[in-house]
Design a protein around this ligand. Sequence first.
Ligand code: G4P
Length: 321
Amino acid sequence: MPIQWFPGHMHSTKKAIVERIPDIDVVIEMLDARLPGSSANPLLAELTQHKPGLKILNKQDLADPDATEAWLAHYQAMPGTRAIALDAGDTAPARRLIAACRELAPLRGGMVKPLRVLICGIPNVGKSTLINTLVGQRKTRTGDEPGITKLEQKIVLADDFYLFDTPGMLWPRIIVEESGYNLAASGGIGRNAYDEQEVALELLARVREPYADRLAARYKLDAAQLDARQTPVDALLLAIGRRRGGLKAGGQVDLQKAAEAVINDFRAGAWGRITLETPQQFEQWLAAAQQREAEREAERKAKRDRRSGKRRTAEDDADAS
Ligand code: G4P
């Protein structure tokens, strides 16, 4: 079943961004380097009126370096966009971040025209960790910025460089089904919104081919078990459960425990550095999802038209009698 998640506080966050945006020169969007497309927020482009944007691919320490390179190139090729990859262990993220933002707004800077940057990201992407690193490192002033919302934080990264952090979160309707699963696997969605077994099966289906060697090494599986033509994905989960010793009374594999083990291993980086989507894959998923949405909307419209047509006919009949 497709995954949906609405964590709340959306309205106030949206309002805070809309109110702040006229003063902003550059918008930073933090993404999860393991799933950059799926962790992006399409609503943001709309709200930020296509201001110059810096994409930060965070958690690069967990992502496949080749895939991260491909995603960076993908974003760098977009107009008005720069991209850098970071991780929590990065000791000097501020310098790179400031340099990239200055490149995006070369006419800003200096005490008269300080550069004003807004930072956004979906929950769990690592925004607090990065801000803490920036604040700790630069011994910056932080505090409430009056006016917009009490909780908006203004972080002074240099005399002429202000970083604004909006409170709450912004979560779009997930139209790409694959994104729902990737977000759930990475820990970006609340636990109650998905079924672990379903997510583990999708995750295994996604990684079994490109990262077969990693799964083979971690769970002592052979080539036939990892080959989708020879072993269905639920049989693969069963085999992993057997290896991980998650057995119920009677010796049956505990599929729930096996699913949790798979998800936890992925999150902890126990398979090595893995990325769940390439730019091309994500574009295909998105195009297919948008087409499905358009078809659904056309069906809904046809139904509405039929209903109002019927109503009109009934009214005409009533008028005639
Ligand atoms: P948020 O504000 O965007 O919601 O995210 P937050 O900074 O709270 O980070 C969410 C989780 O991701 C934290 O783990 C954090 O340590 C981890 N994290 C953030 N950046 C990176 C990174 O670059 N690499 C890796 N490997 N992990 C990162 P947690 O388990 O929820 O908490 P903690 O106990 O580790 O602090």
